[in-house]
Design a binder for this molecule. Structure first.
Ligand code: FEO
Length: 395
């Protein structure tokens, strides 16, 4: 069902309340999401992006209630990932000659995925499309977060269509960011940034500064997921600039997995030591085999230091820690410290191996870490607390 944004622009996307996993199993979307598609009715009619493949028929049927599909003059695909381009095949079956405006990389991506020789029109930054009273300007935004990504700016209405940028996985009956619970909104915006855009912080910063230099009046930012930024839309732009600048809060996150609770006990003792030494720091403890990985990555993104623990198993460490370390490596975080810990029964390699992984991921390693044989004795409990205290003196 469509929602009116103004006299010229309609939201014609799909709200996906039941989405709980995104990017396969990589991103947990506890609050669902939306795939925002926009229909512009000026002298020309323009469709910006579509929706995820499972909703292709529903999308096209709903679109037919708004418009005769043959009246669509231009389709703009800002990014080829299937959550935005998924309904194209269904749509193009009905209007096969309609031009599709996208970047050169967008053409490669769409051809690679759908193997169709549609009427592609490549666009570059600064290219304009006059559609009547309004003109659309394209702004390439490579690696925000795919090489093909672009934004579209609608002059006169002063709307920036930003695709994944500034989005949130947050399903809502509302259309605008100012209408929903602000803690949900910002938690989801941050989670989205940390899990999708964090590796591209430098490009995020450069692209935003490039757009700011264009001095475009921006009345509204319409992303392709979640709520539209209508009230002071620069609030999310400023947040992105902050998050892109080696972001950290006064937080230390301890992430661990455990077999028989020795490493868990170490985690809790270390947390006590951190807290004993610094009453202001937020200490969070997460078990990677129980906590959600999307939440873990978000907390890692917020942290100034992470403390990573696993017992030694078969000369290595537990698979949930291996998985999360691989995901953390992909985030390409800077300006964060790390240290490892873990229990062992005989060989005890886990701490050294985790430390090596953390080093490869760009963390500043504080020290060689802490190992405890079997379960922590009373002396070792005190040693763990002292280890935590000393980490804070290293802040
Ligand atoms: Fe929302 Fe990169 O797709």
């Amino acid at each position: 069902m469509s929602k009116k944004i103004n006299d010229k622009v309609l939201w014609v996307g799909k709200t996906d309340w039941e989405l709980k996993k995104f990017h396969g199993d990589e991103f947990t979307t506890t609050q669902g999401s939306s795939y925002n598609s926009y229909l512009i009715k000026d002298e020309k009619t323009v469709l910006i992006d579509t929706v995820w493949l499972p909703y292709d028929r529903e999308f096209v049927n709903d679109l037919k209630k708004e418009i005769n599909l043959k009246d669509i003059d231009y389709i703009i695909i800002q990014h080829g990932e299937v959550d935005h381009s998924g309904a194209l095949v269904e749509l193009m079956n009905e209007i096969p000659n309609t031009p599709i405006y996208c970047t050169a990389n967008g053409i490669k991506s769409l051809k690679g995925q759908y193997h169709k020789d549609w009427n592609f029109v490549p666009v570059k930054t600064g290219d304009k499309l006059n559609i009547g009273e309004n003109t659309l300007t394209f702004i390439e935004a490579p690696m925000l977060h795919w090489p093909d990504t672009m934004f579209t700016y609608m002059e006169k209405e002063n709307i920036l269509f930003s695709n994944d940028g500034f989005g949130q996985h947050l399903a809502s009956e509302y259309l605008y960011a100012d209408e929903v619970d602000q803690s949900d909104l910002y938690r989801q915006a941050l989670t989205y940034y940390a899990n999708i855009l964090a590796p591209f912080g430098m490009m995020v910063k450069n692209k935003i500064n490039e757009i700011l230099k264009m001095n475009l009046p921006i009345k509204m930012i319409c992303p392709s997921h979640g709520l539209i930024w209508r009230k002071e839309p620069t609030q999310i732009v400023n947040k992105y600039l902050e998050w892109a600048e080696n972001y950290q809060e006064n937080q230390i996150t301890i992430i661990y997995d455990t077999m028989w609770n020795s490493t868990r006990k170490m985690a809790e003792y270390i947390a006590k030591g951190v807290y004993k030494s610094d009453k202001e720091v937020q200490v969070k403890i997460m078990n990677t085999s129980k906590d959600d990985k999307t939440d873990v990555l978000t907390e890692v993104f917020k942290s100034k230091m992470i403390i990573v623990g696993s017992p030694t198993v078969n000369n290595g460490f537990l698979h949930s820690i291996a998985g999360i370390l691989e995901m953390i490596k992909g985030m390409k975080l800077k300006n964060k410290k790390a240290v490892a810990f873990g229990s062992y029964g005989w060989s005890g390699e886990s701490v050294k191996l985790i430390t090596e992984e953390l080093k490869k991921s760009g963390f500043e390693i504080i020290n060689d870490g802490l190992k405890v044989m079997w379960t922590p004795s009373e002396d070792e409990r005190i040693e763990c607390i002292k280890f935590g205290e000393d980490l804070c003196s290293n802040k």
